[in-house]
Design a protein around this ligand. Structure first.
Ligand code: PLP
Length: 400
């Protein structure tokens, strides 16, 4: 792996760590080669397990190595691997570390794709899954059994944006000798470094804040060297490798993470404040609001804030759909973390296949809108929201 800049601050690491300007340029070039010349060094690397040895691009490439090294620096990890998607990172990590007869504890309000993997696929391979409440570490503790091997959480749940007490969860995992895994996608390494709280593995959908421009699909896992070394051969077997073009874009996105994130965050805070005073809004979920149930906990876990916002539009799901479709600037689209503001109703998008009762129990009530706040001028985002809420209000009055 390319050397990091361990003694430097976050922004310097984001720009420089891992970046490998082969050939005298200033960026890692897109290095297109499916295979590499087998030198003595490479044979030796192969014999030692092949990790971080450029032999064949399903294993690693110049571009995936640059991205992995940058994430190692940004998360304060020992090692990392890059994948073709966030789901490839999650499924390879879970299926790579768990075997038939093992038990994992997770939570129903994880990302919808992860929920599907946990409830539909892991059981097919004889892996037992128990759903607990990631806001309540004692519910995880109560679910621990003799065969429990792993706990799985998200820093900020999707889409309800509850904060997980990562410190308490990591301590629990240590106490019972369990592998702790966290999906840190919603926070990004700028917002939170779970390894500092004691987590073993940190997963990202690189598609989101790390890429930052809604133009790629990627996944990453970082953490303890010995665990990443176990995951690597499974990446090789399952084949979810990241291609060099995508890694080039991902690396470029990561280089400006620390510049984009403060604007995502301050825009979201401003919108949260204004929305909570709007008569067409029933409730607002944002960690910056003192009335938020996780306001205090967020000061520890996400002290710099969050660009993810959720709110409930008066009038239920039809009003929320009308609202989204009247917006002119924020686009109705799934995904998050790009420079542009995106809105979605989880009930008909990211969480469509999560059963109704589980969704409602998690807090996805009628009228719920999730917003990935972009880095446009906040006044423009606000006036767009305002005009859409006015239009919904007129519609509701007409129909009443
Ligand atoms: C929190 C979270 N984790 C993982 C994923 C999956 O990532 P990808 O779409 O890159 O496979 C998503 C996708 O929306 C997500 O929101």
């Amino acid at each position: 792996m390319v050397e990091g800049h361990d003694d430097k601050k976050f922004g310097t690491k984001a720009v420089h760590s891992g970046t490998n300007p082969v050939g005298g340029g200033v960026n890692t070039p897109v290095f297109l080669s499916s295979t590499y010349h087998l030198t003595e060094d490479r044979y030796a690397g192969w014999a030692a397990g092949a990790q971080h040895t450029m032999l064949y691009s399903r294993l690693s490439s110049v571009n995936s190595e640059a991205v992995a090294a940058k994430l190692v620096a940004l998360e304060g990890a020992e090692d990392a691997e890059v994948f073709a998607s966030g789901m490839a990172a999650i499924s390879t990590t879970l299926l790579g570390l768990l075997s038939s007869g093992d038990h994992i504890i997770a939570s129903s309000d994880v990302y919808g794709g992860t929920y599907g993997l946990l409830t539909q696929d892991l059981p097919r391979f004889g892996i037992e899954v128990t759903m607990a409440d990631m806001r309540d570490p004692s519910s995880y503790e109560a679910a621990i059994k003799d065969n429990t091997k792993m706990i799985y959480v998200e820093t900020l749940t999707n889409p309800v944006l509850k904060v997980c007490d990562l410190e308490a969860m990591a301590n629990l995992a240590k106490q019972y000798d369990l592998i702790s895994v966290v999906d840190n996608t919603f926070a990004s390494p700028w917002g939170c470094n779970p390894i500092k709280f004691g987590f073993d593995l940190v997963i990202h959908s690189g598609t989101k804040y790390l890429g930052g421009h809604s133009d790629l699909i990627a996944g990453l896992v970082a953490g303890k060297k010995e665990l990443i070394a176990q995951i690597f051969p499974k990446k090789v077997h399952f084949g979810g490798a990241a291609d060099p073009h995508m890694c080039y874009l991902l690396e470029r996105g990561m280089r400006t993470l620390h510049v984009r994130m403060p604007t995502h965050t301050s825009n979201a805070e401003e919108l949260a404040k204004r929305l909570s005073n709007h008569h067409m809004i029933e409730s607002v979920n944002h960690i910056s609001l003192p009335e938020n149930m996780d306001f205090e906990l967020a000061k520890k876990i996400l002290p710099k804030g969050s660009g993810m916002l959720a709110y409930v539009v008066k009038g239920g799901d039809s009003a929320a759909l009308e609202f989204m479709r009247t917006l002119k600037l924020s686009l109705e689209a799934t995904s998050l973390g790009g420079v542009e503001s995106l809105v979605e109703c989880p009930f008909n998008s990211s969480h469509m296949f999560v059963p109704d009762d589980i969704r409602q129990e998690a807090g996805v009530v009628p009228g719920f809108v999730r917003m990935s706040v972009g880095i446009e001028d906040v006044e423009d985002i606000w006036s767009d929201i305002n005009q859409a809420l006015k239009a919904v209000e007129s519609l509701l009055i007409t129909h009443s």
